[in-house]
Design a protein around this ligand. Sequence first.
Ligand code: ADP
Length: 260
Amino acid sequence: MAEPLIELRGISKAFGNTRVLDGVDLTIHRGEAIAIIGPSGTGKSTILRIIAGLLAPDDGEIYIQGKRREGLAEDGSDPIGIGMVFQQAALFDSLTVYENVGFSLVQHSRLPAHQIRQLVDRKLEMVGLPGIGDRLPAELSGGMRKRVSFARAIMDNPESPDDNPEVLLYDEPTAGLDPIASTVIEDLVRQIRNDTGGCSTYVMVTHQDSTIRRTADRVVFLYRGQVQWQGGIHEIDTTDHAAVRQFFSGSVQGPIQVVG
Ligand code: ADP
């Protein structure tokens, strides 16, 4: 079998006295579409931030394309680029769409402004929003803001192709959207995977049934700090794992304790 693109071994992380992750093992292969699911507060976003290299685990090892990561992604040692789409689109309110999407190129490249604009235009077209570069985030709908944040995540820098995102991490990309806007985003996630060529792998945290079923190949169920179950998307309706069944039926009866 091919070498995993990303591998987490025994990852643990505590905040204060609360151990959120307690020995998580997770293997991600190139081309996989993975949904991480589980009750709120189980550490799904924390895992994404650890994979993205924005947060360091307390314990455990992370291998990116077989190379052990030391420190954080900003240290620049990862052999592949990993892009992240945040739950709130996390755009700068006072910057235009052009400035938001092209932000890292303005900061980290020596490309002339007109070339950055062209690159941004191409990404805006890819997310179905041509011609909105001069608008401010406040002038966009929630779904459009999410799409702009996708465009920013898939921006590549022609000066340093090694940093171009090969893996995308999505933190609840359809949270707070109506069902139709959610479908648009789900289609876009699939399309980005096919169109960009490079970004063929993604890991997504989501609660939304439609998003899990329409965008993932494999589902990873996280609970009590560990991966409790994983399986193909078709197995979620046939598994006899009690917690997974409870999660998908939304029942208050079962091994998952209802908090509050
Ligand atoms: P999920 O995505 O599964 O809802 P999170 O990863 O966001 O869960 O959070 C897991 C737990 O860790 C929560 O109890 C949350 O309050 C806590 N937590 C997450 N990030 C921090 C942080 N930076 N500082 C303190 N506590 C945090």
